[in-house]
Design a protein around this ligand. Structure first.
Ligand code: PRX
Length: 677
């Protein structure tokens, strides 16, 4: 008998489909002050006006040499934007603001400990610190344009300073989320061939000063084992001049930045004029295999796109205090804490710690202290703050005019709480849907133009033209509210250029599926596959259901189920591993791990713990499974493929469907009982 096609379990499959909600309208006061109020903007950015419409975005930047070709499609689907142009990202984020705004705060830093003082770094101070560190990177670390450097840093101002110092030299930075393990950092060092690692000795998380230096030692050992030797480790100190980590420095390899920096005081480095299409940074993200992908973002296209969306969607004005509570280690932080806001000359907040330390009033206290009026966070944080401290926002005097939600679908219930309680019924909300790969927002309402709809991201932004395809490649009827695979029809400047060192994987993963002609040089033939399922309502608003592939969003952190499985398989006793997404009240999604053991080994609580610990060591605590279920066998098809769909249904307490065609249907009831009990 022919085997039925195996459908893996995905986020989209377990998604709860909620009803379309009514519109919520922005206040006239908000509309009166917004940057973008011209409804014809959608026409200006229609497909007929593509790609020339994006000149408006490029013109938000200062160019050393103006570009001659807006979009070069000759190397499809590796699009090149603003070809012929030259610029420097650090100059655009710092120097160009000095004449008028050198005394303005660029970065407000909020340390996690309550007793530590806030720091307010002006544009002038940022200029000085970035220049000095750039001089150190060039003259002490020997870095030059085009080199890659790995950063494994926490949420401190030294992180944007490091990124901007790299950008000043044309050095490509690759920041690894601080919560990732040393092993995960090593993989990224190897893939990007970094000779230099920049880290910090320690940082605060939930009230504890964590030893972060130890991760660098693990990273270097593993990187070297896999063929990449790191020459120098530059270690920022959480408290300059004070030892905050018990991990020893390795002589001749590890250097405290503040000690070396003394030789570079007062040094200035001319920003290196870089081609628009040169890479600005790599951001590793999870995909369908165990190996993370280095998404390569360009200088000109990326910076213009995040600048424009910070202006028109975040609606940041010069007098605003803007706080995005994401981590700079993820794309949200790169685009909407660092590059977008600083390119606009805004004041951006960097908060070191967790939102619930020491209690769920912390974000609102910070907002009150700094008079934050634009706030940006993820549904997972909103759900947690709502659950733990529903009455906290009312205790603080702050006024948000604008709030963002990003990273996961937000339930209308949670949206309404965010609006009513956090936004005090006044703030507008933008639900921005996008990805590491896309550099900036794809779908969102335009704050003063399109009304909000709880639980729905909204229409494609001007210049972004989504299309939903079914499995066969037929377009799902527009506005039909039928689910399908959401793609983007056209390129846009913020889109990543390729996967670092793996063009074939780039093409296969994002463009092969719905490509109309693999030899075509026309962008019209290369729709971009996002990997999400979505529905489009009759009004053109998109509701995102979740991932259709082996990627899961745990508390807004993107992880690959295959990455977690590979980590589990490094445990000697483990024969097979299967990860499935489980719906979770706060985190949105949680990974559940099923394990079968090699012959001769028995299940035990200790072994389950050991597997869980290994995953934390290999990837980081964010990947810790909800439960490690050690089963006697996995449900399998007759050709031996693990039926993750069945495991997913069991974990989510859903109907497993017809399992009679499995090779071992009896195992399903056994596992169901185990999970139920
Ligand atoms: O599934 C979508 C979800 O997050 C994925 C991208 O994750 P990452 O690359 O880590 O970037 C996160 C920050 C942009 C998407 O494929 N996602 C992102 N934003 C939303 C969302 N799902 C629903 N609504 C959103 N606003």
């Amino acid at each position: 008998m022919a085997e039925k096609e195996v459908v893996e379990t995905s986020e989209a499959e377990i998604a709860v489909h909620w009803q379309e909600e009514d519109y919520v309208y922005p206040s006239p006061e908000f509309i009166a002050q917004a940057w973008m109020t011209d409804k014809s903007i959608y026409d200006q950015f229609s497909l007929e006006n593509f790609p020339n419409c994006y000149k408006k975005y490029a013109d938000l930047l200062d160019w050393d040499e103006y570009w001659h070709t807006i979009l070069d499609t000759g190397d499809a689907p590796c699009w090149k934007w603003f070809v012929g142009g030259k610029l420097n990202a650090s100059y655009n984020c710092i120097d160009r603001h000095l004449a008028k705004n050198k005394n303005k705060t660029a970065i407000h830093f909020v340390p996690e400990p309550f007793e530590d003082k806030y720091e307010h770094i002006t544009y002038q101070e940022l200029y000085v610190r970035v220049n000095e560190f750039a001089a150190l990177l060039r003259d002490f670390a020997g870095l030059k344009a085009g080199d890659r450097v790995t950063l494994h840093m926490p949420m401190v101002p030294e992180l944007p300073i490091t990124m901007l110092a790299c950008a000043r030299l044309g050095v490509i930075h690759s920041q690894v989320f601080g919560g990732f393990s040393g092993t995960a950092c090593a993989d990224r060092i190897v893939d990007s061939q970094s000779r230099i690692l920049i880290t910090m000795d320690s940082y605060y998380r939930s009230g504890s000063l964590l030893d972060h230096k130890q991760n660098a030692d693990v990273a270097l050992k593993n990187a070297e084992k896999n063929g990449q030797k790191v020459d120098k480790v530059l270690v920022w100190q959480r408290y300059p001049g004070k030892a905050s980590s018990p991990t020893e420095m390795v002589s001749g390899r590890d250097y405290f930045v503040n000690e070396v920096l003394k030789d570079y005081y007062g040094k200035r480095v001319d920003p290196v004029s870089m081609p628009a299409e040169a890479p600005l940074f790599l951001m590793y993200t999870s995909g369908t295999t165990g190996k993370p992908k280095g998404c390569q973002h360009s200088i000109g296209g990326y910076l213009s796109y995040v600048t424009a969306t910070s202006k028109y969607v975040q609606d940041i004005h010069p007098e605003d205090v803007y706080w995005c509570m994401a981590d700079i280690g993820w794309i949200t932080g790169h685009s909407y804490i660092v590059y977008g806001p600083l390119s606009l000359g805004a004041s951006t907040v960097v908060y070191e710690g967790v939102p619930t330390f020491p209690d769920a009033g912390r974000p609102w206290k910070i907002a009150q202290d700094l008079d934050v009026n634009i706030f940006h966070t993820a549904p997972t944080a909103i759900r947690a703050l709502r659950k733990i401290g529903p009455d906290e926002p009312a205790k603080y005097t702050y006024n948000f005019k604008h709030m963002t939600t990003v990273g996961e679908p937000i339930e209308p219930e949670v949206w309404k709480w965010y609006h009513k309680v956090v936004g005090k019924g006044q703030a507008i909300i933008v639900d921005t849907w996008w990805q590491t790969e896309t550099g900036g927002f794809l779908c969102s309402t335009l704050p003063a133009i399109t009304p909000m709809k709880p639980g729905s991201a909204g229409p494609g932004l001007p210049g972004i033209h989504p299309i939903i395809y079914d499995e066969e490649g037929k377009e799902v009827k527009k506005g039909s509210s039928k689910a399908g695979n959401i793609c983007i029809q056209n390129p846009w400047p913020g889109a990543f250029q390729t996967i670092w060192g793996d063009r074939q994987r780039f093409v296969d993963t994002y463009y092969a599926r719905y490509c109309k002609d693999p030899n075509s040089k026309r962008w019209q033939d290369w729709p971009y596959l996002t990997g999400d399922a979505a529905v489009e309502a009759p009004d053109g608003y998109y509701r995102i259901l979740g991932r259709i592939d082996d990627v899961i969003n745990v508390s807004g952190h993107r992880l690959g189920t295959k990455e977690i499985e590979s980590a589990a398989l490094t445990v000697n006793e483990v024969a097979e591993a299967a990860v499935v997404p489980v719906a979770h009240e706060i985190k949105g999604i949680e990974p559940d791990l099923y394990i079968s053991l090699k012959p001769g080994f028995d299940a035990s609580a200790e072994l389950a713990q050991k597997i869980s610990n290994t995953i934390c060591d290999e990837i980081g605590k964010i990947a810790k499974p909800r439960t490690v279920w050690i089963v006697t066998d996995m449900p399998k098809t007759r050709s031996g493929k693990i039926m993750r769909r069945v495991l997913g249904a069991i974990s989510n307490k859903k109907d497993v469907g017809d399992v009679t065609t499995l090779a071992n249907p009896e195992i399903v009831t056994q596992i169901q009982e185990m999970v139920r009990n």
